[in-house]
Write a new protein. Structure first.
Length: 285
């Protein structure tokens, strides 16, 4: 079942699609949601010629998007009609949209493929790094939003049902849960803002540090994500943000987002303070 068009998930997908179209420089972009064990349906699109494409079914393994669902990996073709690595059940559909080159990437939350983001050109051409980076980063951003959204709802459900591990008198913990949920709602309300990617990282870090911190001996145990540790390790080695981008294969704003998140968790204000604090906490050698 597709998310309702006025839902938070649909709003996040629309933002990801618009960002993908802008960042890739290509005229068509969209998302397809997994609605069954082996079935996708077209959801939000931008630049499509027909608005009636929403809900179009794509079984696993068929066409470019069906291949993404099956392989769980990005797929690109320079000319859809002549591509040998995909099946061609949807050539008429693609021809009607006048799309030739296409790229798509899976949106994986946990171990589950939730959707696929795609982008297309109306010319047959070899898609370069700009396009491939744009589609994979847009997919990662949507993954983070969906994971954060689900996490916030799960925490709220536990609080309301009394199943949370937090003490019922721990008003600070409960307030943080509600703060995260409010932030998610605000994010979807302003989903078209240019700082969308940064706010995704802000929300994720609030969830991790505010709601899920473990306490030992009366102190909050700092937990950094693997990517945050990768970035801090590179900072400790003297790398600039641009060098970290090249080393890790991620965008500049993504690097900055991981640094901000790590500094917040460590209670520091600068990157060097964060490295020092991480070493004291035994997180870095």
């Amino acid at each position: 079942m597709l998310p309702a068009e006025d839902s938070e998930e649909a709003a996040a997908a629309r933002a990801a699609v618009l960002a993908l179209r802008r960042d890739s420089g290509l005229p068509v972009a969209g998302t397809a949601w997994v609605v069954g064990p082996r079935l996708l349906r077209i959801g939000e699109t931008s630049g499509a010629k027909s608005p009636q494409r929403r809900g179009f079914p794509i079984p696993a393994g068929t066409g470019l998007l069906g291949k993404v669902l099956t392989t769980r990996r990005p797929v690109a073709v320079s000319d859809y009609r002549s591509a040998r690595q995909i099946t061609h059940q949807y050539d008429a559909f693609i021809a009607a949209e006048e799309v030739r080159a296409m790229a798509a990437a899976p949106v994986i939350v946990g171990t589950t493929v939730r959707a696929a983001l795609f982008v297309g050109s109306r010319e047959a051409l070899r898609l370069g790094d700009r396009v491939l980076t744009a589609v994979t980063e847009a997919a990662r951003d949507l993954e983070q939003f969906l994971a954060s959204h689900e996490h916030a709802h799960r925490l709220l459900t536990e609080v309301r049902s009394g199943r949370t591990t937090a003490s019922p008198h721990d008003t600070t913990a409960l307030a943080q849960v509600h703060e995260v949920h409010t932030e998610l709602l605000e994010l979807t309300a302003g989903i078209g803002e240019t700082h969308l990617k940064e706010r995704f990282h802000e929300v994720c870090s609030l969830l991790e540090s505010g709601c899920c911190s473990e306490r030992t001996a009366g102190e909050a145990a700092v937990r950094l994500s693997p990517r945050e540790l990768d970035v801090l390790t590179a900072v400790a080695a003297g790398c600039t943000n641009l060098v970290i981008c090249d080393r890790l294969g991620i965008g500049l704003e993504t690097v900055k987002g991981h640094l901000r998140s790590a500094m917040r968790k460590l209670g520091t204000r600068t990157r060097l303070e964060a490295v020092t604090a991480a070493r004291r906490a035994g997180l870095l050698a």
